[in-house]
Design a protein around this ligand. Structure first.
Ligand SMILES: Cc1cc2nc3c(=O)[nH]c(=O)nc-3n(C[C@H](O)[C@H](O)[C@H](O)COP(=O)(O)OP(=O)(O)OC[C@H]3O[C@@H](n4cnc5c(N)ncnc54)[C@H](O)[C@@H]3O)c2cc1C
Length: 457
């Protein structure tokens, strides 16, 4: 990118508000094209994902997997004492991992000459950002990547409940935990806590876990959660929280659990965009009724030169989505690629449950709504080898959703050990428009769970 005389009137070519997944990706990509970039981040670099999201969550899930595997080992003949998990020691490993990510971001920002400002930013107009210590910076292009935060449900006593950010401050498993919410964050936190020693009750307002995911897999996951010991209360709206004299919290809802008091109640009841204090009004940027910044299919807001990426938009709230959207926007703005944009179809995702659930494309209900009777679903329902050896009740369920006479694969849904690692390659295949016959033409890798995807009849 060559800096035009016009852009020299500005302090920078690009200002990025927010140093999380999307913001950092935008800053790095723009600077690769030679743009002069400033990024504002008042907190830790890496935002939600690195500090209170994907990374520490996956670390805790891995610890939980180890606990489960100790149990499996015992079942197949290893003599092992009941595992004692030293949560505090694990925190030192988790923090070291996260600190290395912070350090590598810092090194890269310095090496790329990106000006990093440890302050909150607020738009004054479409080209000016004011920091919370009063400095004003200008640029012809601004990326809004301020993310989102956990939302409480607005019920009496909600101040007695915690949110996912608080979970990452735990230094031990609370004895009794209530998780409120049946989305992926609720499922993941409930599973981890149960595996690491808590007794977990999960309250879900709707009739099932994981609304929006394939219903059959969600049903099977519910069985696995119950087998693991999670008390699932489906169709149970929580109406209030009350704190006891001894500091424990009671959950009041459709069916009162009069005898149950919890050491911790965690709300996993959605996330709200950080759009209130950004000066969006001053710049004329439009938001929707829930506060998400409205963007077109190229991340443009309604104001020229202002773009939004990641969780502050109403797009799938996933780190790779924020990153891909940011990179493509910068490819377009600074990289001479006028058509670059993220294709939001066929985005794979994993719920780090026990076992994990991995999904890409349409679930069966969505496919039927769109393609009617042209839809056929294929299933593999099996016991993964380790669980068969250990004689546990856990079963895997893999499902393909196909459309038309050519049986084009429009959805792949995998619930079972290894699903998190298996799906990525098949997501490439789905994006390429493969058919069921393409899968069947592929020689299986035996004995694995993955082979079930190419053996489905
Ligand atoms: C518990 C949990 C688990 C998750 N697990 C996964 C997972 O396994 N896989 C996955 O893909 N995604 C996961 N996510 C989602 C993922 O973390 C987000 O989609 C991703 O972080 C969004 O990136 P972002 O850049 O939009 O926002 P963020 O990463 O939230 O970054 C926004 C940044 O903006 C900063 N900011 C806010 N206001 C201002 C301001 N005025 N000025 C300057 N800076 C500001 C904030 O401090 C923050 O650092 C998880 C989320 C949670 C909560």
């Amino acid at each position: 990118m060559s800096t035009t005389p016009a852009s020299r009137r500005f302090d920078f070519d690009l200002i990025v508000i927010g140093g999380g997944s999307g913001g950092l990706a935008a800053a790095f990509r723009a600077s690769e094209y030679g743009a002069r970039v400033a990024i504002l981040e008042p907190g830790e670099l890496g935002g939600t994902c690195v500090n209170v999201g994907c990374v520490p969550k996956k670390a805790m899930w891995l610890a939980a997997q180890l606990a489960d595997h100790v149990d499996l080992a015992r079942r197949v003949g290893f003599e092992v004492a009941a595992p004692v998990f030293d949560w505090c020691e694990f925190l030192t490993h988790r923090q070291r991992y996260v600190a290395n990510i912070h350090a590598s971001y810092r090194r890269r920002l310095d090496a790329d000459g990106i000006v990093t400002i440890a302050a909150r930013g607020r738009l004054r107009d479409a080209c000016t950002v004011e920091t919370d210590d009063g400095a004003r910076l200008s640029a012809p292009h601004i990326v809004i990547a301020a993310g989102a935060r956990p939302q409480r449900p607005g019920i009496p006593g909600e101040e007695h409940g915690l949110v996912s950010d608080d979970f990452f401050r735990f230094s031990a498993a609370p004895a009794r935990v209530a998780v409120i919410g049946g989305g992926y964050i609720g499922v993941e936190l409930a599973g981890v806590l149960q595996a690491l020693g808590s007794r977990v009750d999960q309250f879900v307002r709707g009739p099932r876990l994981l609304e929006g995911f394939d219903a059959e897999l969600a049903q099977r996951l519910q069985e696995s959660c119950r087998q693991a010991g999670v008390q699932l209360h489906l169709g149970h709206a929580v109406r209030a929280l009350e704190r006891d004299g001894d500091g424990r919290v009671r959950v009041r809802g459709d069916a009162d659990l009069a005898d149950d008091a919890f050491d911790a109640v965690i709300f996993a009841t959605g996330r709200r965009p950080n759009s209130e204090d950004l000066g969006l009004d001053a710049a004329g940027v439009a938001v929707d009724a829930r506060g998400f910044v409205i963007v077109d299919d190229r991340q443009n807001t309604n104001v020229d030169g202002l773009y939004a990426v990641g969780d502050i938009t109403a797009r799938p709230a996933l780190t790779p989505v924020a990153i891909a959207a940011a990179r493509r926007t910068m490819d377009r703005v600074f990289g001479g690629q006028p058509d670059a944009r993220l294709d939001y179809d066929g985005i794979p995702t994993v719920v780090f449950s026990h076992p994990p659930l991995a999904t890409v494309g349409l679930n069966e209900a969505q496919a039927r709504a769109r393609h009617g009777d042209a839809v056929r679903a294929y299933r593999a329902d099996f016991r993964p080898m380790l669980h068969a050896l250990a004689d546990t009740p856990q079963r895997s369920l893999f499902k393909l959703v196909c459309v038309g006479d050519e049986r084009r694969v429009v959805g792949i849904h995998l619930l079972g050990d290894g699903a998190d690692e298996i799906l990525q390659g098949f997501a490439v295949a789905l994006k390429r428009g493969i058919t069921l016959d393409d899968l069947r033409d592929t020689v299986a890798i035996h004995p694995t769970s993955a082979e079930e995807v190419v053996l489905m009849r």
